[in-house]
Structure formats: C-alpha cells, structure tokens
Ligand binder design. Structure first.
Ligand code: W6P
Length: 271
C-alpha cells in the first residue's frame, strides 16, 4: 500500500492516544483519499492498457475490466494465496467449502463484469481474517473447522458469504475492524523485501470495503460472538448499476467531517 500514509498512521498511533472524534475524522479522510486513489489508478491503467503498445494476455478484457469475471476462480485464487500465508505463519490452515447458487442462469458459471484484481483484493483480505480467527481460536486442536463460502448470483446482487467458526467478534467491536488505526495483530516490521505479513497494519478490511463500494457494492460483517463470523461481499450484477462511486469535493464536503452527535437515549445502539 501507500507507504508514506501507512507510516504516518503508524507513527501517529504510537506517539499518543488519539481522541475518538479525531479518529473518526481520519477515517473519513482516508476512506475518501483511498477511494480517490483507486479511481485515479483505474483511469491510468485503463489509458495505458487501451492506448499503450503493451500486449495483454487477456484479449477479452477491456483495460482492467473483465466482462466475464469468473467469481469462483477469483475466490479459489484468493483462497490459495491466503492459505499459503496462513501455513507459513501457523503451520496449519483451514480448508474451504465453496457452494455456488445461480438460480437465474441454471447450470452456468457465475460471471459478472468486474475488475478481477479488486475482487481478489477483497476476498484475499476477508479470507486471511477468517483463517487467522479460525486457527487462533482452535490453536489447541489438530483439526480446524472449514471456512464456508457461498456465492449466489441474484437478479440485483451477487453475494459472496464467507463464514468462519473463528470465535466471532463482540457486536460493539465489529465497527472497529473498519478503522484504519485499529488492528488486533501487533504492528509488523516493514521489511521492504516484498514479503507480506499475514496481518497487522489494520488496513486490509477498510481498504477492502473501499474497493467493494467503489463499484456500488459493500462489505458487511455479521458476527456471532463465541462462534464465528459471516462476511458478506455484495457486488452489483447489472453493470449499469455498478457505476464508479468517488468522493465529491465541493463547499459542503467538509460537512462529511462533522461528527454525528446522537441523542443519548435508549433508542441509540450504544457501543
Ligand atoms: C473474524 C474477524 C473477521 C474479519 C473479517 C472476516 C472474517 C472475520 N472473522 O473473526
């Protein structure tokens, strides 16, 4: 990722405790910043791939967009990579069960118009988190429960549900997983040699949600504390609904940073 911003956030986090209010503003800023960055990179990529002289080994792609992105294939790729990292760290990794359901196109592979690298990034991150939770909760056992992936293409949504039995997260902590300055793993050392840690910067999930939202999708976590977590990746089936979603910059955009002050009565869910 972007090394300088990452380093800045780490230094800020280490120097002194940060006010929740400031944290939420930094979150909003980084969400907007990275959405923009993704948008710009897609534009640059599209230009280079469409107008450059570089030969591509994906003749059916339109720039970095695959009009027939095979979701199952991407899930399998992301799983293999996450499994590799997980085994490096823990010497064990959970297996995966992939179930597909394509009720409106019977017996057809599940395809959508998408940027495969974005989908890969999202799934890799979700699967890494699921694997870490499973292995760490079942560390004393010789066998660990499988991760279940359900891929379903509806008429509007393509949903990918990743279910783990990794012990879950308390309801009032789930939102923290999407904070850039929060990580449950110790901050890894930046080796700069291309080797990736399994977890630790606290960037994976917030960025994955940014990637999902970029084309009007989403990433939602739903946890059963004491049992496990379901991660839902929502993507648009209809490409005309999957338009680019980038932050606005106008006189009112600073209002995004105004913290929402909620009445402290029992109608508000307390965190
Ligand atoms: C957990 C925490 C988490 C985050 C994202 C995806 C899956 C999981 N499982 O325990």
């Amino acid at each position: 990722m972007n090394f300088f911003v990452l380093q800045g956030v780490i230094e800020l986090k280490e120097s002194h405790p940060i006010d929740e209010d400031v944290k939420s503003k930094i979150n909003i800023f980084l969400d907007r910043f990275y959405t923009n960055r993704i948008g710009i990179r897609v534009l640059i990529n599209q230009h280079i791939l469409l107008y450059g002289s570089q030969l591509t080994n994906h003749p059916h792609h339109v720039g970095c967009i695959d009009p027939n992105c095979d979701v199952v294939e991407v899930v399998k790729d992301a799983f293999e990579k996450a499994k590799f990292l997980c085994e490096q760290y823990y010497l064990i990794s959970p297996d995966v069960d992939i179930i597909t359901h394509n009720p409106y196109e019977m017996n057809r592979p599940i395809n959508i118009v998408y940027v495969p690298s974005h989908l890969y990034h999202i799934l890799f991150e979700v699967l890494k988190n699921a694997m870490r939770a499973v292995v760490e909760t079942h560390s004393k056992e010789t066998e660990v429960p499988k991760i279940k992936v359900l891929i379903c293409k509806g008429q509007k949504d393509l949903t990918i549900k990743v279910s783990d039995q990794g012990g879950g997260v308390p309801y009032n902590k789930v939102h923290k997983l999407f904070e850039y300055m929060y990580s449950t793993a110790p901050t890894p050392n930046w080796k700069g040699d291309g080797t990736a840690p399994l977890a630790g910067y606290g960037y994976g999930l917030p960025l994955s949600r940014i990637y999902a939202r970029y084309f009007k999708g989403d990433l939602v976590l739903s946890s059963v504390e004491g049992y496990g977590t379901d991660a839902f990746v929502y993507l648009k089936v209809l490409s005309n609904e999957a338009n680019e979603c980038i932050p606005v910059y106008n006189k009112t955009s600073s209002k995004m940073y105004d913290t929402h002050i909620s009445a402290s009565d029992w109608t508000q869910t307390k965190r």
